[in-house]
Each structure stands twice: as structure tokens, then as C-alpha cells.
Design a protein around this ligand. Structure first.
Ligand code: NI
Length: 136
């Protein structure tokens, strides 16, 4: 019997979508306003979902305080109020799209969780646009 627990988090961050090997005209054609050379911001909403067996001793799949702290230190502190392109190592040469961000977030959290727990990440870039990644 596996149960999924979810923890929501929030951060604001700036980014720019562009490729260094494309000129500004092509970057604008593909990435639109998101390629603005002066960057722009989003209010990101993150849901981290952890699936596993209920520990018979505690009744927990994972201690939500542990999960909360993990998200805080691994994601919120490094991402919140940051320029993702400049200040987050993974995006030095990787476009900070919601897709790539979900993978980066998953990769940061996965090593911190016990192997028998499954991890999924849902990232909202806007209230209507969101992506999910579960390591596949
Ligand atoms: Ni954007």
C-alpha cells in the first residue's frame, strides 16, 4: 500500500530564455518575450510529491518537517529572489524553462531521499502553465 504525500513551496525568480549560439532575432522568434535581454520574473509554485510505504511505527511515508526543510534548503534558498541564469549553477548553460527547472529540482532532491521513496515534482510557472517530472 503506497501513499503519496505532497508539500507545496513558493519562490520568485528571474530568468531569460535564449541560446548563445542564436542571434537575438532567432531567440525572439522562438522564445518571445521570455528572451528579453533584461530578464523578467515569475512567481513559481512548486509541489513536491513523495510516494512510499507507510512506516508502521510513525504512520508517516516521510516526515513532512524533514521534507519541508529539504525543499527550503535545496530549492527555496538557492532559487528565491535569484536570477536563475546567473546565480544557479545548473543554468549557466541550460535554458531555465519550466521543463528544465523541474528536472534540476528533481535532481537536487532525489539524492536526499531514501531509495525506496518515489519522487515527483510539479512546477507552475504561471497559474495556467505547469510541468511535471518524476525521473523518467
Ligand atoms: Ni519566462
Amino acid at each position: 500500500m503506497k501513499v503519496t504525500v505532497h508539500r507545496k513551496a513558493h519562490f520568485n525568480a528571474a530568468h531569460r530564455l535564449y541560446r548563445k549560439d542564436w542571434d537575438q532575432e532567432k531567440n525572439e522568434a522562438v522564445f518571445g518575450k521570455c528572451s528579453n535581454p533584461n530578464y523578467h520574473g515569475h512567481n513559481y509554485e512548486l509541489t513536491v510529491s513523495v510516494t512510499g510505504l507507510i512506516d508502521p511505527e510513525t504512520g508517516f511515508v516521510i516526515d513532512l518537517k524533514v521534507l519541508k526543510d529539504l525543499i527550503y534548503y535545496e530549492i527555496e534558498i538557492p532559487f528565491d529572489h535569484k536570477n536563475l541564469n546567473i546565480e544557479v549553477e545548473e543554468f549557466q548553460d541550460l535554458n531555465p524553462t519550466a521543463e528544465n527547472m523541474a528536472v534540476v529540482i528533481w535532481n537536487r532532491l532525489r539524492p536526499k531521499l531514501k531509495l525506496d521513496l518515489e519522487l515527483a515534482v510539479t512546477l507552475y510557472e504561471t497559474p495556467r502553465n505547469f510541468v511535471t517530472y518524476s525521473g523518467n
